[in-house]
Design a protein around this ligand. Structure first.
Ligand code: ZN
Length: 197
């Protein structure tokens, strides 16, 4: 994990949002530990809008800044309805369902029991596998207005949040696959890695 820039306080530079595009494994930026964003500037807001646009175009439910080439601790998500059977609505913040969420410098406290569910990733096309995660999560993050907010999520939103925060730490779903999924997706992964050369 190169570019470990966690403690820096230098300002985030000015990024042209139009130049951002989806990055695929094995792009090194996906393995970078992202740095805190800090102040929410107009440029950060423009980048967030562009990320929401890319997520929508790619039909994803979540997208982290490293996936568009920016090692920033920021992600967007939109979980319209929850297909996970038995997802507990308890503690779920209703007003976030179906609305895009922009989360900057998130802090997570996962809770509840671990559960296994199939996941994919926009940066790993055609690769899916079972991932164990806690079924609930409490997250504190900064919104586009610059204020900290807290969300208690369950089900798919909780899973999506944990997946995106993994991206901010340079972690991909393939790192968490069991042996069976590792074997099953091996050739698709090799194809992807060959394509990048
Ligand atoms: Zn992903």
């Amino acid at each position: 994990m190169p570019q470990h820039a966690q403690s820096t306080s230098e300002p985030i530079g000015s990024i042209d949002p139009a130049g951002l595009h989806l990055r695929f494994h094995p792009d090194a930026v996906l393995r970078t530990k992202a740095r805190p964003v800090g102040e929410v500037t107009d440029n950060v807001r423009e980048v967030a809008q562009r990320m929401l646009q890319i997520m929508h175009e790619e039909e994803g439910i979540g997208l982290a800044a490293p996936q568009v080439g920016l090692p920033w601790r920021m992600f967007v998500c939109l979980v319209p309805e929850d297909p996970i059977p038995g997802a507990s609505p308890e503690g779920f913040q209703e007003d976030t369902a179906g609305q895009p969420l922009v989360c900057i410098d998130p802090d997570l406290t996962p809770g509840g029991a671990p559960d296994s569910f199939e996941e994919g990733c926009l940066s790993l096309p055609d690769i899916r596998g079972q991932i164990n995660r806690q079924i609930e999560v409490s997250m504190e993050a900064t919104g586009l207005d610059g204020n900290r907010f807290t969300i208690n999520a369950a089900g798919l939103l909780a899973r999506c949040i944990q997946h995106e925060v993994d991206h901010l730490n340079g972690v991909l779903i393939i790192d968490k696959f069991g042996q069976l999924d590792r074997l099953r997706t091996r050739s698709a992964l090799r194809r992807l890695e060959r394509k990048a050369r």
